[in-house]
Design a protein around this ligand. Sequence first.
Ligand SMILES: *[C@@H]1O[C@H](CO)[C@@H](O)[C@H](O)[C@H]1NC(C)=O
Ligand SMILES: *[C@@H]1O[C@H](CO)[C@@H](O)[C@H](O)[C@H]1NC(C)=O
Ligand SMILES: *[C@@H]1O[C@H](CO)[C@@H](O)[C@H](O)[C@H]1NC(C)=O
Length: 239
Amino acid sequence: MQRVNIASQLLVHVCFLVLGINVSITKGVSPDMQNRFSLLYFEANYTVAEQACHALGFDGLAILSNPEEYNYVHKLSTVIREDLNRGMWLALKYDDMLARPMWDDGTVPAPDMPWKGNAINKPCGRFQRAGFVGMLPCDKLRYAVCGNHHGKTLDEAEGSINWTAAPTNVTSSLIESRVESYLQCALLCGSENLCRAAHFNQITMSCKILGPGSFSDFQSDPDSTTFVRRSFKESDVPL
Ligand SMILES: *[C@@H]1O[C@H](CO)[C@@H](O)[C@H](O)[C@H]1NC(C)=O
Ligand SMILES: *[C@@H]1O[C@H](CO)[C@@H](O)[C@H](O)[C@H]1NC(C)=O
Ligand SMILES: *[C@@H]1O[C@H](CO)[C@@H](O)[C@H](O)[C@H]1NC(C)=O
């Protein structure tokens, strides 16, 4: 009985999956993102949603490791969040040993990801309709975001170039490397989920990849060019 039930939900969903992809093409997103994420347009508990993602050929529920992935899913899910007024399961589970939510691939959620602070020790994670991530009991019924987890490195981070500017009050850097150009430094930012700024100094030809909270602002510096990554989208609906 149970199987039949799930299968019929999946049949309904496959039609929506195709629609979902068409919608994202019109938004002009990279093909990479389109193949990686898809929405489940029915309510289910965490376990059933995860099984449905597997049945559709995805690695599981979605992991949002960086601002580009988060912002893509934020945009893709606008109808579910704002019109249908529903949240969506993500591949996020509370780890009792580590006493923190963790993504299914064993990585820690980015510290600057918009989070709804309360009740983070509930077992299952979802994207809320207000655009935050938060935890819930796994038996609740929600829509879901499926994702592919393998081979998922971005080629490029989204952001802006700040010419002749350097980050101020830098406390640490994730990567320090000699590079041949500013471009190489900016590309290095795209290969690191936690990169929030990439500081290139053209005198020393050095590139510093800075993580969330490791610098406070920017100041004028004629020898520097800094790539400033676009941040996680702020919530657009009040709590
Ligand atoms: C999820 O739903 C399925 C099907 O209704 C049920 O068998 C299962 O016990 C539920 N799991 C949780 C954690 O609620
Ligand atoms: C940066 O550091 C300077 C001096 O070290 C301090 O005066 C300033 O307030 C800091 N800026 C910020 C935004 O924290
Ligand atoms: C660029 O750097 C200047 C300082 O040179 C700073 O005032 C400005 O806020 C920076 N812009 C961005 C987008 O970070």
